[in-house]
Design a protein around this ligand. Sequence first.
Ligand SMILES: C[S@@+](CC[C@H](N)C(=O)[O-])C[C@H]1O[C@@H](n2cnc3c(N)ncnc32)[C@H](O)[C@@H]1O
Length: 225
Amino acid sequence: MELDTHAYNDYIASLFAAPDSALTETLADMERGNIPGINVSAVEGKLLQILALAIGAKRILEIGTLGGYSGIHLARALPEGGKLITLEIDPHHAEVAHRNFERAGIGHKVDIRLGPASTALQEMADAGEPMFDLIFIDADKGGYTEYMRQSLPLLRDGGLMLGDNTLPDAVLTHEDSGTKRYNTAVALCPELTTIVIPILRQHGLDGLTVSFKRSDGLALKGKEE
Ligand SMILES: C[S@@+](CC[C@H](N)C(=O)[O-])C[C@H]1O[C@@H](n2cnc3c(N)ncnc32)[C@H](O)[C@@H]1O
C-alpha cells in the first residue's frame, strides 16, 4: 500500500521550499513546452541546494537538465564565479532550460552541454576538465552506473555524488531500471561512503543516493572489517 505523503510533503514545502516566480515560471514554461514534469520536487530541490551550500560547492555537474528546475536550485547555491555544467540530450529541453536559467538570473553561471551524457563525460575527461565539488545524476536510469564510473575521477576528495530516483525501482520492481545496479555499485565502491535518503513526494516515496568521496579508499562501509 502506498504511503500517503501528501500532507507531510506540503507541510515541508510550504514552510521551507516555497516557490518564487522564477521557479513557478520554469514549471509553467515546461508545461507550455510539453516537457514532462519529471523534475525534482521543491523539497528535493531545496535539499540539493543545502547539500551544495554545505560543502561550499563552486563547481557542479548535473547529468539530466530537463527544463532547468533542479539546475536553478543548484546554481543558486554557487558563489559568483561558480559554475554549473549540465548535460542534456534533448535540444528542446536544453532550449527551454536555457530560457529558464536566464529568467532566473543565473544564466551566466550555467553551461548547458547538448548531447549524450556519456560522450560529454568522455570529452571532459579527455580535455582535463577541472574537478567538481558535486555531481548530480538525474538522466536515463540505465546509464547511472556508467555515468558514476565516468564522472568519479572528476569529483574532488570530500565531494558529493548524488543519484536521483533510486528507491522505488530498486525495491519494488523485479526488473532493474538501472538504479538497483547503481546503488550496489556505489555501496561497493571503496572511494565512496553512501546512504539513500528517502524523499517524500506528493504521493509515495522516492530516494536520493548520497555518496561522499574519499579517494584514500577509507570509505566507511558500516560493517565490521
Ligand atoms: C528526470 S529528467 C531531469 C530532471 C531535472 N534534473 C530536474 O529535476 O529538473 C532527465 C533528463 O535527462 C535527459 N537525458 C536522458 N538520457 C540522456 C542522456 N543519455 N544524456 C543526457 N541527457 C539525457 C532527458 O532528456 C531529460 O531531460
